[in-house]
Design a protein around this ligand. Structure first.
Ligand SMILES: [Zn+2]
Length: 247
């Protein structure tokens, strides 16, 4: 049973070089759903927005038939017609994330911009998939196999390896610039920050800070204290740079 596939736009990132941007003739040995067939070719299902088979739109449960001509589109290249059936579930109502163990710097940047971001350097794959599924969090990862787990609905494969480019990439993909709310979350633990009177925490401050700073925030979860020192200015500059690149 031979079927032909065409993958559009950034879905080609998941294919070996010689299969990119060309029609792929795929020899199917046994009965399979289109979801499993697409993943067998290397493309994780959360990256797929819609699937057209012989001119009709189908969902993931469609069973592939001999001679099918299949077009697979990501969100960025979805054809603009009103009759389309999307397999993509879009994004969760409230944007929040869970990140794999390789994305620690990206996690810090997302928290800095105010996004609810779970990250631990000892999360296992199963746990990441479970958290993403049960809490409707977008799973950001550099592991395609993790995205292919069937319980993962919201997920995205981060293309860049450089953390500065990663944050720009994720902001573009999920259109985050309007949702930015800096200094809302603790960079260490994702907890929410609250303003705190200086006299309550004065004994915890370094001497220079004690003399020069007046406005403080404290993490409601871990107690970490934040003030608007040089660290704050560097962070603020980073945020404006990220937003500048976005334009
Ligand atoms: Zn904290």
């Amino acid at each position: 049973m031979v079927v032909s596939f065409q993958f559009y736009a950034e879905l080609n990132d998941f294919l070996p070089r010689h299969k990119r941007q060309v029609t792929i003739n795929y020899d199917l040995k046994e009965r399979a759903s289109i979801k499993d067939t697409i993943e067998a070719l290397g493309v994780p299902h959360p990256e797929v927005c819609c699937i057209e088979v012989n001119g009709e739109y189908v969902d993931f449960s469609y069973i592939v038939k001999d001679g099918d001509t299949i077009n697979v589109y990501p969100i960025s290249a979805t054809p603009q017609t009103t009759t389309i059936t999307s397999v993509a579930v879009g994004t969760p109502e409230i944007i929040c994330f869970v990140l794999d163990v390789h994305l620690g710097k990206l996690a810090t940047s997302l928290r800095l911009l105010g996004f609810d971001t779970l990250y631990r350097n000892d999360y296992g794959d199963e746990e990441l998939a479970r958290i993403s599924s049960s809490e409707s969090r977008i799973l950001l990862t550099r592991d395609c196999g993790l995205l292919m787990r069937s319980i993962v609905t919201y997920g995205y494969y981060v293309r860049h390896t450089d953390p500065q480019q990663q944050i720009v990439e994720v902001m573009r993909r999920f259109d985050l610039s309007k949702l930015v709310s800096p200094f809302l979350r603790c960079l260490r633990c994702n907890g929410l920050l609250e303003t705190v009177e200086k006299e309550l925490i004065v004994d915890q401050l370094p001497e220079t800070v004690r003399e020069q700073m007046y406005d403080f925030h404290r993490c409601q979860s871990c107690g970490q204290i934040y003030w608007q020192g040089s660290h704050y200015q560097k962070l603020q500059q980073f945020i404006s740079e990220v937003l500048e690149v976005k334009k």
